[in-house]
Design a protein around this ligand. Structure first.
Ligand code: NAD
Length: 344
């Protein structure tokens, strides 16, 4: 029998996770929970997703909008094996108590502090650590991108030291009230929180991060300098380590991908749901090796990179796949993410 999944919070991440769940052969989307009617609720109903009322939401508002509701979040919790919490930062922590009282396992997102769940998760890095757990936190978009890269670099070469600058998008494309619309804003928490967040997965990774916010909505970009313990023979071998790993996409120089606008244009042309780019996007020309020092840029599509990770987190919690590689392969096939070429 397919695992019964609910999604609470239906914004940027929640609507994508709900769609992804409904594409899995071993899962059923029981319903989604929203606090108020919106165009996204209309779309959920159009997609045949059952709508439940979350938080302080009022049935009368949904009735006035002619949106049929199947009950409240409490009703949804009675019908699911796991709830994926995709509510705004901080709300997940409040909800954790509700899920626990209902006896339902839960997944939280990276906006919550690490102690909201038993373990922080990335499918490439620590799938096994989430096996059988009752609560799991999928780390944020930037931490997911860094954790995937760390999984590759630690596995192949070992990391002695890593300095990363996170060039952060100011807002998601739909967030019309956020800024800045001009200027570059340094983050004055030094080092930034991203390094410690990656260490919720790789406890001893010697990574230090800083961040600046820039006026773009498309993607984040990470500028990385990593000292490798056992470096490969040349930059091509370094590129191969990324290319042959699931959830990495490398652009060749001849493709004319100058930056994030072309990465997202590629994603639109490729035509996966919502034009998403769920892989770490790297430029071959942006990978360099000088002795032990490796340099690479990677672009991270903040709206979608954590979506496949949520699916793998569910599989790990319920032992639906024996290991991370098999779960990743299942998830990626269902979502249309290309499998990587074989190494060698
Ligand atoms: P969002 O604001 O786009 O969506 C959150 C949704 O939850 C909204 O529809 C909101 O109305 C709804 N909501 C508010 N209170 C609620 C409640 N009590 N119960 C149910 N729903 C409620 O936010 P998002 O960008 O999807 O972020 C969700 C989580 O994912 C956060 O922890 C965030 O840090 C994390 N995350 C976001 C991104 C990103 O770039 N957008 C990337 C990775 C992780």
């Amino acid at each position: 029998m397919a695992l019964r999944v609910g999604v609470n919070g239906y914004g940027t991440i929640g609507k994508r996770v709900a769609d992804a769940v409904s594409r899995q052969p071993d899962m059923t989307l029981v319903g989604i929970a929203k606090t108020r009617p919106s165009f996204e609720a209309t779309n959920a109903v159009r997609l045949g997703q059952r709508l439940f009322i979350a938080g302080t939401g009022k049935e009368s508002e949904f009735e006035a909008a002619h949106l049929p509701v199947a009950g409240t979040i409490q009703d949804l919790l009675k019908q699911v094996d796991v709830i994926v919490d995709c509510t705004p930062e901080g709300v997940g922590r409040e909800n954790a108590r509700v899920y626990k009282e209902a006896g339902v396992r839960a997944i939280f997102q990276g906006g919550e502090k690490a102690d909201v769940a038993e373990v922080s998760f990335n499918a490439l890095a620590n799938f096994a650590a989430a096996k059988g757990k009752h609560s799991v936190r999928v780390v944020s978009c930037n931490s997911t991108g860094l954790a995937r890269a760390a999984a590759v670099l630690e596995h192949h070469f070992g990391v002695e030291d890593w300095v990363a600058t996170i060039v952060r998008r100011a807002a998601d494309p739909s967030e019309s009230r956020k800024g800045p619309i001009n200027g570059i804003l340094p983050t004055f928490k030094l080092p930034s929180h991203h390094g410690p967040d990656v260490r919720t997965i790789f406890a001893t990774l010697p990574i230090v991060t800083t961040a600046v916010v820039v006026p773009t909505t498309l993607m984040h970009v990470h500028v990385n300098r990593v000292r490798l313990r056992n470096p490969p023979k040349d930059r091509r071998a370094l590129a191969e380590a990324f290319r042959t790993t699931a959830r990495f996409h490398l652009f060749a120089g001849w493709e004319g991908v100058e930056g994030t606008p072309q990465v997202m244009e590629f994603a639109k042309d490729r035509g996966l749901g919502r034009s998403d780019m769920m892989e770490n996007a790297l430029w071959e020309e942006g990978i360099e090796l000088k002795g032990q020092e490796a340099y690479f840029f990677q672009a991270i599509h903040q709206e979608s990179i954590v979506v496949p990770e949520n699916i793998d987190a569910i599989r790990a919690m319920f032992n639906l796949a024996p290991d991370g590689a098999l779960s990743i392969a299942m998830t990626d096939k269902s979502l249309g993410i290309p499998a990587p070429p074989k190494a060698g």
